[in-house]
Design a protein around this ligand. Structure first.
Ligand code: GAL
Length: 390
């Protein structure tokens, strides 16, 4: 097998899978769990989800079976700080146990501090609209920094641009506001929150790596019309670069989540022959290359913190992974300092406003029994991870 490898990845490359707390843990009480009834596309609520809160050892074992040497998961703020300023030591011990289990299995824990959800008290005081939000978030970060051990790589905020847009710009996610002024205010507070968190985490541990995960998209103008090209540039700047530019000096790495390819501009959309995932999203591996090459300008290490496909029949997943990884390899050959790749997701889980129907997992979850089973594509990913290449 080894002799057939033509794309050797750098030594020490992190091969991982990713999840988030609310999507997998079950029994969370936060702004999403309150909002979900009657709001999700398939009518489901997160409920017990994958019950990963109790199955975490098994789940980390599943990552180990994939030969992963890294696992990305998130800490649920509402568990750690159920009331403002009151921290729950039982929850803290739980997340420390998750980290310890990773370390025991020689898996690097990559820990996200904010992945879309909020304690109810935070929402009640206006959430990210509140001018004090960055400082309030920082109190939670400080508590983690002072009490959690064994984490070298932190991701402060998952997809701040996408979150702010979905929750305050287009009004799709809680608190469902549609106001560009509020959106801008929330964005500013998220930027401040990240910079504060960056300083706090480094104050306690100088050597840790701190960054965010940006939902970076591959944009192409619909045609060569100059206006469309300009609109394309603006979209690219806002979605892919704005947060990084505003937090320059406060990022140790560039975290990229790649899912989307979008044709931008006015006019008729030329047809494409791209395959589509179960959610209708076109599959465009080249877009990952484009996004990576464009992130080279930051001169920082790059982690692909999410890349994955909703594919319940597992028809395209293996090929999806291979084709995207070829692009990652190409980007490395062309000078990108890429340090890791995390497939989204380790297992099927609660896909936010879409409910449980989309299936992103390398492992299926049979929700009634909570049994996890490997999909065929997981074998392919496991081999790639084992060989550090493909
Ligand atoms: C990302 C998000 C994940 C997951 C994924 C699949 O935007 O960070 O939580 O939902 O999309 O759609």
């Amino acid at each position: 097998m080894t002799s057939q490898i033509s794309c050797h990845f750098p030594k020490g490359f992190l091969w991982g899978t990713a999840t988030s707390a609310h999507q997998t843990e079950g029994n969370n009480l936060n702004d999403w769990s309150i909002w979900e009834p009657g709001k999700t596309v398939d009518g489901s609520v997160s409920g017990i989800a994958c019950d990963s809160y109790h199955h975490f050892r098994e789940d980390i074992g599943l990552a180990k079976k994939l030969n992963n040497n890294a696992y990305r998961f998130s800490i649920e703020w509402s568990r750690i700080e159920p009331r403002q300023g009151q921290f729950n030591t039982k929850a803290l011990r739980h997340y420390q146990a998750v980290i310890n289990e990773c370390l025991k299995q020689k898996i690097e824990p990559v820990v996200t501090i904010h992945h879309f959800t909020h304690p109810l008290w935070f929402s009640a005081i206006g959430g990210w609209e509140n001018q004090a939000a960055p400082q309030i978030f920082n109190n939670y970060v400080l508590y983690l920094a002072q009490n959690i051990t064994g984490v070298k790589i932190w991701c402060t905020i998952n997809e701040p641009m996408l979150y702010a847009w979905n929750a305050y710009g287009r009004g799709k996610w809680p608190p469902q506001k549609k106001n560009l002024g509020t959106w801008q205010q929330v964005l500013n507070n998220l930027i401040k929150a990240h910079c504060l968190a960056y300083q706090t985490l480094h104050l306690i541990n100088k050597k840790c790596l701190v960054g965010i995960a940006n939902n970076s998209q591959y944009f192409k103008p619909i045609n060569n019309n100059w206006l469309n090209k300009e609109i394309n540039k603006i979209a690219k700047y806002i979605i892919n670069d704005y947060f990084f530019k505003k937090t320059a000096g406060y990022e140790d790495y560039i975290g990229i989540n790649y899912y989307f390819y979008k044709l931008i501009g006015l006019g008729r959309r030329p047809p494409d022959n791209l395959l589509r995932n179960d959610l209708g999203w076109p599959i465009n591996p080249y877009g990952l290359y484009d996004v990576l090459i464009s992130a080279k300008k930051y001169n920082l290490p790059i982690y692909i913190l999410e890349n994955g496909i909703a594919d319940s029949q597992d028809k395209y997943r293996a090929n999806f992974i291979i084709e995207h990884l070829k692009m990652v390899y190409q980007a490395i050959q062309n000078g990108c300092n890429i340090k890791g790749y995390f497939y989204w997701s380790l297992l099927d889980n609660f896909e936010w406003d879409k409910g449980f129907v989309p299936r992103f997992g390398l492992y299926t979850v049979d929700y009634p029994s909570l049994k996890r089973k490997p999909r065929p594509s997981s074998k392919i990913y496991a081999t790639i991870c084992k060989n550090n290449g493909l």
